[in-house]
Ligand binder design. Sequence first.
Ligand code: HAM
Length: 421
Amino acid sequence: MTEPSFRAPKGMQDLRGDALAGHVRLERIAARLFEGHGFREVRAPLLEERALYDRSSGETSEVVEKQMYVVRREDGDYALRPEGTPSVVRLYLQENLHKSEPFQRFWYAGPMFRYERPQKARLRQFHQLGVELLGSADPLHDADVISLGARFFAEAGLDGVRIKLNSLGCSNCRPAYREALLAFQREHAAELCDACRARMEKNPLRFLDCKAPGCRALRDQAPRIVLCADCDTHFGEVRSLLASAGIAFELDPTLVRGLDYYTRTLFEYCHSALGARDAVGGGGRYDGMVEEFGGPPTPGIGFALGVEATLVALEAAGRPPEKAAASIDLFVVLAGGATRTQIFGVVQQCRAAGAATSFGEPGKSVKSQMRAADGAGARHVVVLGETEFATGRCRVRDMATREEREIALADLGRACASQAR
Ligand code: HAM
């Protein structure tokens, strides 16, 4: 046998069987929780105009600078979405929601694309579960959104998630902080890593989450942000709301996250099983993005949770992998003598009666079809051949109890149906 000619692109996974079941479980938990908190699902294209990300995620962010998959066509440059937030803000404005119904809660799930060095829980196509709330700057929403992410991990069964929290201030207090950080980095330029030195004039904040040992050591001496009165009150309110609900968090003044659009509240959900890049999810406020896209000043806040990161953390925490769930009510094993028309007729009849019905491969032995029925996780199995069609009776086996009973062929669907018709 020769080697197959094609493999999935590096850092991208085919999902099937139990691995897929893990994803589906988390998606279902998210859908139920997010909808239950008043968020409505949106599905935006996987591709957006490239400029959308330059203007939001930020030209100096790693995501835009190095990680975008860009598609060039005659009518312009597009990018496979590296994250969901800019699409949601774009659709909010495109559909004029800022005029008709400015307060909106959205959620989304799906693949994102970043050209990263693949490693455990780091992929080039990965999946996020996200929420975005637009149209309110009230700290109540900050606390509610943060608590929603925490609830997701609790329901997923992941213990040990720590919440890191910071405030990056607003257009009043951030500029002075930026200047102070820049002055500090100029003073210590020789000790900075090459990347931080190269980008400090454009984005001095990124130094704070640089993983290079020299930058890390320097970070503790770096100036801290002094919030303006409004940001200070806002942040104080977020902290006291979280505390009042018993949601534990750690203040981390060096938390900046990799995206340029954040203002005020910033948070990350972290798990020690992931190593140095330990975020299973993260988010924050982006009170300037709607305006940046040409809309009126409109605050926003949201998060995205990483599906693969959560699954890796769950596995490390000892949760057994998900099993692909059975959804077949009846598996028909084909014995000799029955015609295709007879088999097809019974299968259609059973489906019409509400039984999810599948069948074996014609020409294969009864034994091998039985194995297939077992592998498919069917709840009932019946063998149909010449005798059954001649007598109009058959024996159905309940695969859980292994009990068999004889019934009329005409009742087969009803006897196996899991959904009442
Ligand atoms: P982010 O921190 O870039 O935020 O991504 C959120 C989560 O997605 C991360 O914590 C991580 O678990 C997962 N993730 C990111 N990159 C990868 C990767 N290459 N492989 C596997 N998992 C990954 C955002 O994307 C923002 N849009 C979140 C947000 C929403 N902020 C406000 N609203």
